[in-house]
Structures are given as C-alpha cells and as structure tokens.
Design a protein around this ligand. Structure first.
Ligand code: KG4
Ligand code: ZN
Length: 349
C-alpha cells in the first residue's frame, strides 16, 4: 500500500450514470461522471437497454479522465471497488465486468459493494469518518430507507423503508404530471422556490397514530402522488390553470416533512446523535434546510454531502471501498456477479 491510506478506484454503473472516482482514504482525488440522462428524458424514465449501451461507450473514456484528473496510474491503486447492486441488471454488469477486467490486467483486488451503503460512505469524503452509531436517511430514485449504522464495513441495520414508491420516484412522477422534465427532482426543487408550501394540504403518508405501531420508520409516497394527480386533474377538468409553483412547493413540503420527522424520531428512539442523509434526493434544497433546522432543534449533528456527491457517482463507491480496505475486509472473489436486488444489509459481496 502506498502511504498510510488506501488509494482506491470506484466504478458506478447501477443506473444512468457512468461514474469513476478515485480517493485516497477520505480524500477525493477524481470524480468523473458521464450521464445518459438526456437519452432517457423523452421516455420519462430510465430505459435499461439504453443505459447499458451508454455505460459500455462511456466506461473507458471516463476511466481515462479519472486517472488523468487524479494524476495516478492504474498500477498505483491499492484496490478497485465496483457497485455490485442494487440496480439495473444489464447496467450493473457493465461495471462489474469492467472492474474484473481492470483488476486482472493490473493485478489488483476487487471489492463488489452495495450502492446504498456507498451513498452513505460518500459523506466521509466531506466530513471525515462516520461516528458510530449513526442513523442514515437514504433517499434516491429507487430507495427510501432509514438505517442504523454501527459500522459501514458491515453492520448496517434497516429500521424502515418505503412500502411503495421511493421519494425520488415520487418527485419524478409528480414532475411528469406538472409537465416538468425528467428527472423530476431538480425542476420541482426550482419551481417550489416561487411557490407557497402551505397552499395545498397534501397527505403525509404513514404518520397517523394508527400507522405508527407497524410503520413508525417506514415511508409511503404513493398516496401523496395520487393526491397530487387528483388535485391537478380536478383543476384541468374545470379548465383552470395549474399553479405549478404552489403544487411543487406543497408536494415537496409533504415529502420533506415526513422524511425529516421520521429520521429525527429514529435518532431519538435509538439514542443516536448523528444523522447522515444520502442519495439523489439529498440534493434537494428544502430537505437540506428543513433537516438542518430540525436537527439543530433536536441537538442532532447533521451530515449531508454537497449536492454533486448526493446523486450517483464513482467517488461514493471508491469511498466505501477505501473504508473496507482500511477495515481489513477481504476482497470479493473474481467470479463476483451483479445482484440487482442486493439487500441493504449486504455491504460487500
Ligand atoms: O441517487 P440517485 O442519483 O440515483 C438512484 O440511485 O436512484 O437518485 C436519483 C433521484 C431521482 O429520482 C431524482 O429526481 C432525485 O434523485 N433528485 C432530486 C434532486 N436531485 C435529484 N430530488 C429532489 N430534489 C433534487 N434537487
Ligand atoms: Zn443512487
């Protein structure tokens, strides 16, 4: 190993971003991302075959850019980490195959890692090692979970998760209803700035007393999405204009209210004083502001990586890889596969 901290290269291809990141310990050296999002936009969602082909085309040039940016050679790295799941099967396979190829060519150990744990690990690049225990709120296009993390290298316990749509999925679907582009998070975030978050009282899923016994730390966003659809359709039928900013702000307030309230409740219940938020939706300006406000009031230390590191990238995979190497974890076997349904508790395969 060169120096004290491991030099790790991370490969991310679970969805529509081809990401290659390079870190030394918790120091970010390169974070190159090639996105195929524009190719999916006209379909209103990610098309798996299109994503796989885009990864194939992007992986080698992205790799070369990352090595150049970091000023290192493949021969210098201590390990290669790659997202093994969860994600789209064909998209994951491109990254896993590439990681194996580079690992064999350069004689490096390879770590197949969990995309969700990587969304949490990326915060170490900004705020240093994660204190133990910590509660993580993970909010992306495919997942919304609350996790109790004792050790990112292996002790990750699920506290709750969405029982239907993920938070990012709700943003994407509501954006479509409002005629905003895909992915829906950023345009709703922007539109909401000019709207009144109290204009429309949209439902807060699984927050009523009757739901709390079984679903205290679970989420549900499908009722909210339907409520927005009904509200918009009723206005359209009446021939009225849709107040896009108010709908966006009120929808966003419902999502962020529930996410932050449950995350803080989880911290209190488990006596945890650190909350880390990760995943694409953690880029949301209202979620960040509300979490800040409520954590401060509750005496909880809040950690959220900068917005660019919240959405999918290779640096998060490298960050988790570096943590695994530093913790002395064994690498994955060279016949590791992609697992589209990899459970959140399996940090490395
Ligand atoms: O983590 P991510 O990049 O990919 C997955 O692992 O799914 O998350 C993508 C999701 C999309 O649903 C996107 O709409 C949402 O993150 N997102 C946002 C924002 N930026 C991205 N949602 C709300 N506000 C944002 N600013
Ligand atoms: Zn993600």
């Amino acid at each position: 190993m060169t120096g004290d901290e491991p030099l790790v290269l991370g490969i991310e291809t679970s969805c529509d971003e081809t990401g290659i990141g390079i870190v030394r310990g918790t120091t970010l050296l390169a974070d190159e991302v090639a996105s195929s999002v524009d190719e999916h936009a006209r379909y209103g969602g990610v098309v798996p075959e299109v994503a796989s082909r885009a990864h194939l085309e992007a992986i080698v040039p992205t790799m070369e850019r990352a090595l150049r940016t970091a000023g290192v050679r493949l021969a210098d790295v201590d390990a290669i980490a790659v997202t093994a799941g969860p994600g789209l099967a064909g998209a994951l396979l491109v990254g896993v195959a590439a990681a194996k190829g580079y690992a064999v060519a350069a004689d490096k150990p390879v770590y197949g890692v969990n995309h969700l744990a990587a969304h949490v690990a990326v915060d170490t690049l900004e705020h240093g090692p994660l204190p133990s225990p910590a509660v993580a709120l993970l909010v992306s296009g495919g997942h919304s979970s609350l996790l109790l993390i004792h050790d990112l290298a292996g002790d990750v316990r699920p506290l709750g998760a969405t029982i239907d749509d993920a938070a990012g999925e709700a943003y994407d679907k509501v954006a479509r209803l409002l005629g905003l582009p895909f992915p829906g998070g950023p345009p709703i975030d922007r539109a909401a700035r000019d709207g009144d978050p109290e204009a429309i009282a949209f439902p807060r899923g699984l927050t009523h007393a009757r739901d709390l016994a079984a679903h205290r730390f679970d989420f549900s966003f499908s009722g909210l999405k339907t409520a927005v659809a009904r509200w918009v359709e009723a206005r359209q039928r009446a021939g009225e204009a849709i107040p896009v900013a108010d709908v966006a702000a009120s929808f966003q307030e419902a999502v962020c209210d529930v996410l932050t309230a449950k995350a803080i409740d989880a911290c209190r219940e488990h006596g945890v004083d650190t909350l880390v938020i990760g995943g694409g939706v953690a880029a949301n300006s209202r979620l960040r502001a509300l979490a800040e406000q409520r954590c401060e009031r509750a005496g909880i230390t809040l950690r959220i990586p900068r917005a660019r590191l919240c959405t999918d990238n290779g640096a998060m995979v490298a960050a988790l890889g570096a943590h695994l190497v530093a913790a002395g974890q064994r690498p994955s076997p060279l016949d590791l596969g992609a697992d589209p349904g990899l459970p959140v508790t399996t940090v490395t395969v």
